[in-house]
Ligand binder design. Structure first.
Ligand code: GLV
Ligand code: GLV
Length: 325
């Protein structure tokens, strides 16, 4: 019987589908160490892992039977995909199901930073609210402003659809222009410089790759409006955090709202001390419904690989090509 190593207890909806297999589940509630992952993967046929688990050459090479690495995330930047492909091991992710949930969180962050919700909540809890006042916690309007979307994939488009309700103008930048959706979303394709200079809210929806690493740094912050806000629900490493701290403390931009951090789970104390910032602990896809669907998807990817099929969410179908074997 096939054996599966799972690096954390996933929602039951997914585990139920794998009942008849031999499951080795890491039961901790912080990411397992590399040593633990190397122990767990021995002799296993499948690995289900999280975005917090670095799946490098050592891990990939540790089980001669490994057929599939099923990431419980849409991003797969934690996996050495080219190594897996060379060894004929399939890699899968969980796209689609978390698109709308992540777009919802992006909007929660846009509204929270613009309307100073966290500062207001803090004031209430500290019993500092003394009554309605003309200049109490004034923020910025969101409606009718310009939203700049960097990365117009599924999540970027879901964010753009929601912007319609706020009568916003939408600028986007993407590797490829997407004329069909431009019309539907009323979005204009611009170069990165124009997007940075003209947007009031700039939101990142790119995968982490060598091209998007530190996509936003000192030069980019300097191009933004002083009144601009940066929103990041993609990957922390897409933003140079040192430059972000500078931009926020020197007033190059108005504020930022972040769900992801460059050195997760470490977050610089200089960042945390800044007032013009909303911080969330990487919860973009964290709804009961979506985490359940992601678990089902990861399980179904494993089941397909066990049947000898290319799984529905395979990111490296080349792994099954003969020349790689
Ligand atoms: C979350 O960040 C994911 O990639 O699923
Ligand atoms: C706000 O509560 C207002 O009535 O203006």
């Amino acid at each position: 019987m096939e054996q599966i190593y799972i690096t954390r207890r996933l929602p039951d909806e997914g585990l139920r589908l794998l009942e008849k297999y031999d499951l080795d589940i890491y039961e901790g509630d912080i990411p397992p160490s590399k040593k633990e992952i190397l122990r767990g993967i021995q002799e296993k046929d499948a690995l289900i892992c999280l975005l917090t688990d670095p799946i490098d050459k050592d891990v990939i090479d540790a089980s001669p039977h490994l057929k599939i690495i099923a990431n419980y995330a849409v991003g797969a930047d934690n996996i050495d995909i080219s190594r897996a492909t060379k060894k004929g091991i399939l890699v899968t992710n969980t796209p689609g199901v978390l698109t709308e949930t992540t777009a919802d969180l992006t909007w929660a962050l846009i509204l929270a930073i613009a309307r100073r919700i966290i500062q207001g909540d803090d004031m209430m809890r500290k019993r500092k609210f003394k009554g309605w006042a003309p200049k109490l916690l004034l923020g910025q309007d969101v409606h009718k402003k310009t939203l700049g979307i960097i990365g117009m994939g599924e999540i970027g488009r879901a964010v753009a659809r929601r912007a319609k309700g706020f009568d916003m103008s939408i600028l986007y930048h993407n590797r490829a222009r997407d004329r069909k959706n431009e019309k539907k979303l009323n979005a204009s394709f611009v170069d990165l410089e124009t997007l940075l200079a003209d947007s009031d809210f700039i939101t990142l929806h790119v995968p982490l790759t060598t091209e998007t690493y530190h996509l936003i740094g000192r030069n980019e912050f300097k191009m933004m409006k002083k009144s601009a806000y940066l929103i990041n629900t993609s990957r922390g490493k897409c933003v140079n955090e040192t430059a972000l701290i500078q931009a926020l403390s020197k007033g190059w931009i108005q504020g930022a709202a972040l769900d992801v951090f460059e050195h997760e789970p470490q977050v610089s104390s200089r960042l945390v001390e800044l007032p013009n910032l909303v911080l969330a602990p990487h919860i973009g896809s964290a709804s009961h419904e979506t985490r359940g669907k992601m678990a089902i998807m990861a399980a179904e990817n494993v089941l397909a690989a066990f049947r000898g099929e290319i799984p529905p969410n395979c990111v490296n179908p080349d792994a099954l090509k003969k020349e790689f074997k």
